[in-house]
Design a protein around this ligand. Structure first.
Ligand code: SAJ
Length: 431
């Protein structure tokens, strides 16, 4: 079949899709495909993930149980049986891509998924890698695995990279988020565009898989570097008595050439702290150095210490040592209004204060008491009062901040929530 005919086939045939990896990236993708009216096989190697999903329990904030139930009642089949993947015409790999202990890319999950798929792949299959990784992974790692059993690139199998753009807890539905796509060849690019256009409103093609891999890292490195910029300027502004939050809001009135980022206790989650390191690793591979990434990691990584130091200063102003102080903390999730404390800077801050002898009580409506205790903190109860310091680390929406200020002698607001509330509380210190 000619390249155009192949792309046309993928554009017009009721293709069967498969998603490998049903986490916060793969499950929303599988549901989006099902909602577009295409049959989709959701595959995961974890028995628990499969059994939870088969039982109708979603594992991500971006897919409700009702959406999951509707998808599995129609087009989505959840399975742990790799042989089911043989039925797919288009396969999307959405597995973890963590960093190793030396901040190097750990491709074990990508390799494993590629090997599983290679064992069942057949002629006419399209494969897209969505896991964040360094430029070159798709061509140098995925393609060789897929063709290792004799399948030929662009004859039997078409391969591309398309970065996941899930915004955990975000407002925009997945189908409405433009999708960057880059094939390992022109023929694969044409097939990739045809497939993604079946369920994503807008597809933006780039010239190669490497470019698509690079695009993702550029997006999140941009974020990490700009967060580091305001974190560093916040420390300087405090030294010279300038309100950084007021300056950022003022700068944001400029309708062009500025995007607001805000200081905080550090950078958590599984994207922003990690993604720039794929570029940094690849740069070291070719003898380059990316100074902004290194600087951003240093500045952002030092914020928990800076925030803990500021908290100690505020206690000192009350002639109160940290040891034995009662600290009420709001928010250990890594960002507002989601139940995720992975890589959370809040936890780092509070563990420093606890190590210095503070009694740390935590309010976080999104993190259960068992997990709060697991971190070594005490879940705050309604009756808590007479605190030496309240510290706002994650600005969840549904917290009574006035009540928090009312039970503490001083408040350290690292997210500027009280200014946003127009609070009358007088004992507020800001980052
Ligand atoms: N943070 C700041 N200041 C800011 C923005 C964020 O300190 O101005 C901190 C947050 O508190 C958090 C960390 O950085 O600890 C990461 O926050 P994030 O808003 O970047 O959220 P993530 O980690 O969930 O990032 C994901 C990314 N999405 C993808 O990679 C597909 C990111 O590109 C999105 O911009 C972000 O979601 C989003 O906007 O929801």
């Amino acid at each position: 079949m000619s390249n155009n005919a192949t792309a046309e086939w993928f554009a017009s045939t009721p293709i069967t899709c498969a998603v490998m990896g049903l986490g916060y990236v793969g499950l929303p993708l599988a549901v989006t495909i099902a909602e577009a009216g295409l049959d989709v096989i959701g595959f995961d190697t974890s028995d628990r993930v499969v059994s939870d999903l088969v039982s109708g329990r979603s594992n991500t904030v971006d897919v409700t149980d009702a959406q999951l139930a509707a998808a599995t009642a129609s087009r989505l089949t959840v399975t742990g049986d790799a042989s089911d993947l043989a039925r797919a015409d288009a396969v999307f790999i959405c597995v973890p891509s963590p960093l190793g202990s030396h901040r190097e890319p750990d491709l074990r999950y990508i390799r494993s998924a590629a090997q599983i798929l290679a064992s069942v792949a057949r002629s006419g299959m399209f494969v897209s890698l969505e896991s964040t990784t360094y430029p070159g992974t798709t061509s140098d790692v995925l393609v060789p695995e897929l063709t290792s059993k004799g399948l030929r690139l662009d004859t039997d199998v078409f391969v591309a990279f398309s970065p996941e753009r899930v915004s955990p807890g975000g407002e925009v539905e997945l189908k409405a988020i433009p999708k960057v796509v880059g094939g390992v060849t022109e023929a694969s690019s044409a097939v990739a565009a045809a497939v993604y256009s079946r369920f994503i409103d807008s597809v933006h093609m780039v010239s190669s898989a490497e470019n698509a891999e690079f695009t993702k890292l550029l997006e999140n490195t941009f974020r990490a570097v700009n967060i580091a910029l305001v974190n560093e300027l916040a420390q300087f502004a405090d030294r010279i008595g300038v309100d950084i939050w007021e300056a950022i809001d003022a700068a944001a009135t400029k309708p062009f050439g500025f995007k607001a980022f805000y200081p905080g206790p550090g950078v958590g989650g599984h994207c922003i702290p990690l993604d720039p390191q794929y570029l940094a690793w690849r740069a070291r591979e070719v003898g380059s150095s990316l100074t902004f990434i290194d600087s951003a990691e240093r500045v952002n990584g030092d914020m928990p210490r800076y925030v803990a130091h500021r908290a100690v200063e505020i206690l000192n102003e009350q002639s109160r040592s940290v040891k034995g102080s009662r600290i009420l903390a709001v928010g250990i999730a890594y960002k507002p209004n989601i139940a995720d404390d992975r890589e959370s800077a809040s936890v780092e801050v509070l563990q420093m204060l606890r190590s210095a002898g503070a009694d740390v009580y935590v309010i976080d409506p999104y993190i259960d008491d068992e997990r709060i205790r697991m971190h070594g903190f005490v879940p705050a109860t309604e009756s808590i009062d007479n605190c030496d310091l309240a510290i706002v680390l994650t600005n969840h929406s549904d917290v009574d901040y006035e009540a928090v200020a009312g039970v503490a002698k001083a408040v350290f607001d690292t997210r500027n929530v009280y200014a946003d509330l127009g609070s009358a509380a007088s004992n507020i210190h800001v980052l």
